[in-house]
Design a protein around this ligand. Structure first.
Ligand SMILES: Nc1ncnc2c1ncn2[C@@H]1O[C@H](COP(=O)(O)OP(=O)(O)OP(=O)(O)O)[C@@H](O)[C@H]1O
Ligand SMILES: [Mg+2]
Length: 479
């Protein structure tokens, strides 16, 4: 649930914004003056403030200044009419997150609110990194016990206390953004803003202006002066995601900011000084881009002061059970329910898969399986087919010994079983299959008899009788 504080002295505006926002995920609280807003903030702890720039009593500008002093990490979006452009510029310099022009363009309005809420979460949800191994409670953090991840934890600790530029590399979904946030949260700048800029998501020609701002008339369409992220984030941390995608001009500017903390707005000639810590990330091999002369070599070396390379998940499979456990706890936390369990055989399958989408793919698979699971245990059949594969577990392995039974219905499966029986004239088919079913059900549910019984569609008492009858207990105690 996100809490949004709206400060505006006009009842009509408050009403219409309430109507636009109307969402179950956002709780709207209102104040009719700057004074009232300032009093509310420490008590209500909003995630975001939406404020009119022109109000009776203390001005929006002064209110903004005081909010920044109170909590530099609380994003403030200003609402303004065209006539107050100069004020919005001043406000952006003061660290306002963004501004909205009246009358509102509803889709744009919603987009800005969503972005600001994401920024607020990035700043607020502390990412812990050490040692998030097997704690009982859910806590947002980086999980891993592999040697490769231990190394990353050490590096995070070391760069967090310095002010050095850090470069995070690794395939898509390995956790680069998470690591960037952990560095920020453990740095001296943790009480100052953190702004993430996805360089690949912004059109090339706009990126430079997004980062550094522009002067009025700097290019066609630049009808107003604009303040860029570097200026806005002064004293804070900027996360430049997908840094591989930038024009040479932008690269040059970034290099200069890193070297001496100054830049000029696009179309401007006055050097502006900032104090910003840069964390960069990319999933592209920057060395190759340097060799191909697409990326400035000097910038590469400047960014590469501290390098954190996150290994792909398939090279640290020992982290998989831990991650699965973590995601189950995260889901339980989100849904306020006890976590579901995962059969050992399922964990084995997850450990075998090659995870081209890395941890993100694993998280999605667990989320999906969580929805699919009919009981409180996640089974092989709840996994996406590419991960579940055909090997191991359940009836698949019974039929596997008989040849291909994939995609069968019950009748085809029965025919396969008869072939099996024919090969062994002494075999009593029903008890044999029943025994196999009981064994597989127990394996799939990690020996949980309640879940196994459910899976088999029999009562627990019946399951116990079968276990005794077939002498399965001993066999399963082995594993
Ligand atoms: N070690 C980890 N422990 C816990 N969660 C993780 C870990 N690594 C990644 N995740 C989770 O996996 C998802 C993807 O991580 P993230 O967005 O940081 O990856 P990325 O490397 O930035 O990917 P991309 O290159 O696609 O942007 C996130 O939900 C993140 O919380
Ligand atoms: Mg990322």
């Amino acid at each position: 649930m996100n809490k949004l504080l709206l400060i505006d002295d006009e009842e009509d505006v408050r009403y219409s914004i309430q109507r636009i926002i109307d969402s179950p995920e956002v709780e709207l609280i209102t104040a009719s003056s700057g004074e009232e807003g300032l009093k509310l903030i420490p008590k209500a702890k909003p995630d975001l403030v939406l404020m009119d720039i022109r109000m009776g009593g203390i001005s929006g500008m002064e209110t903004l200044r005081r909010i920044r002093q109170m909590d530099a990490k609380l994003p403030v979006i200003l609402m303004t009419g065209y006539s107050t452009t100069q004020m919005t510029i001043e406000a952006m310099k003061l660290g306002a997150y963004d501004y909205l022009l009246k009358p509102f363009d509803v889709p744009k309005f919603k987009e800005i609110i969503a972005n600001a809420l994401k920024a607020a979460r990035d700043m607020r949800q502390v990412v812990s990194y050490q040692p998030l191994l097997e704690s009982e409670d859910y806590e947002l953090g980086i999980v891993g016990r592999s040697e490769a991840m231990q190394q990353i934890f050490k590096l995070i600790g070391q760069v967090a206390v310095s002010d050095a530029t850090a470069l995070i590399t690794g395939e898509s979904g390995t956790g680069k953004e998470l690591v960037a946030r952990a560095i920020y949260h453990h740095s001296d700048r943790s009480q100052q803003p953190f702004l993430a800029v996805n360089c690949a998501a912004i059109p090339e020609q706009l990126l430079e202006s997004e980062l550094f701002g522009h002067e009025r008339g700097a290019f066609t369409g630049a009808t107003l002066q604009r303040i860029g992220k570097f200026e806005q984030c002064n004293k804070g941390t900027i996360f430049l995601d997908e840094i591989g995608d930038m024009t040479p001009a932008t690269q040059t500017k970034i290099l200069r900011v890193l070297q001496n903390g100054t830049f000029e707005r696009v179309g401007g000639n006055q050097p502006i000084e900032v104090d910003v810590r840069v964390i960069a990330a990319t999933n592209k091999p920057l060395e190759a881009a340097v060799a191909a002369k697409q990326f400035r070599e000097d910038l590469f070396y400047r960014l590469n002061v501290v390098r954190l390379h996150i290994a792909p998940l398939r090279e640290r499979r020992e982290d998989i059970p831990l991650l699965v456990n973590y995601f189950l706890k995260k889901l339980a936390h989100e849904q306020q329910r006890p976590p579901k369990s995962v059969a050992t055989s399922v964990i084995k399958l997850l450990e075998k898969y090659h995870w081209p989408g890395n941890v993100r793919e694993l998280e999605n698979a667990i989320r999906r399986a969580h929805v699919m699971a009919k009981s409180d245990a996640i089974l092989q059949s709840d996994l996406p087919p590419e991960i579940a594969g055909t090997a191991g577990g359940g009836l698949a392995s019974v039929s596997g010994t008989l040849g291909d039974a994939s995609g069968t219905d019950a009748a085809a499966l029965a025919r396969q079983l008869f072939q099996w029986a024919r090969r062994d004239p002494k075999l009593k088919i029903i008890p044999a299959v029943e025994r196999e079913l009981v064994i597989q059900a127990l394996k799939e549910t990690n020996n949980n008899q309640v879940h196994a019984a459910k899976l088999l569609g029999i009562t627990r008492a019946t399951l116990r009788k079968r276990i005794d009858k077939f002498g399965i207990q001993r066999e399963l105690n082995v594993k």
